[in-house]
Design a protein around this ligand. Structure first.
Ligand code: UDP
Ligand code: MG
Length: 172
């Protein structure tokens, strides 16, 4: 068994249903450690990149809106993003998350317990969970900067970024 890391998202339906605590409690049964965590307002580009493997599906447009929380609006239009690490983390966390289709998912899994299918046919399944190590690496690098993760999990490089605009806390 290998130590793996993966991306977990609490999707906007999970936020709206106030399921953050329940989801994190269920995930904690796997005894993994959280090595990155943040709240994200998901832009269209990030949403499309995250789900690029589904871009040819008829529901792609709805899916991109769903992960952005557009249907819910303020203050539910955000996700909570986590990087978890542990032995055999991907298959173990996916088991706790449950099958993609919430109606086929084990009723004791997160998706089975809390997911639904919308009238438009989108699976609102409450959490995202990386599917394999290569996808996990792609997704973690898409959602997190190296300094937002408390462990070195992938190789980094140092660059000098000139004329980079950034927002900092205003001094009093
Ligand atoms: N999805 C959907 N209908 C489908 C397949 C997928 O609405 O027929 C949505 C669902 O929210 C799912 C996401 O698209 O979580 C990503 O699909 P994927 O096949 O990667 O499933 P996952 O890895 O999330 O189980
Ligand atoms: Mg997937």
């Amino acid at each position: 068994m290998a130590v793996e890391q993966l991306l977990i998202l609490i999707k906007p339906d999970g936020i709206k249903k106030s399921l953050t605590g329940n989801i994190l409690t269920k995930l904690s049964e796997a005894r993994m450690v959280i090595i990155g965590a943040k709240a994200v307002k998901v832009g269209k580009e990030l949403a499309e990149q995250h789900y690029y493997h589904l871009k040819d599906k008829p529901f792609f447009g709805e899916l991109v809106e769903y992960i952005q929380g557009k249907i819910y609006g303020e203050p539910w239009d955000r996700v909570l993003a986590f990087v978890y690490q542990g032995e055999d983390a991907i298959s173990r966390m996916r088991k706790i998350a449950g099958a993609t289709n919430p109606e086929e998912a084990d009723p004791v899994s997160i998706r089975g317990a809390y997911g639904r299918i919308t009238t438009k046919g989108v699976y609102e399944n409450v959490v995202h969970c990386s599917s394999d190590p290569a996808e996990a690496e792609r997704e973690i690098k898409l959602w997190f900067k190296p300094e937002e993760i408390v462990k070195n999990i992938y190789d980094t490089q140092k660059i000098i970024a000139e004329k980079e605009e950034k927002i900092i806390w205003k001094q009093k």
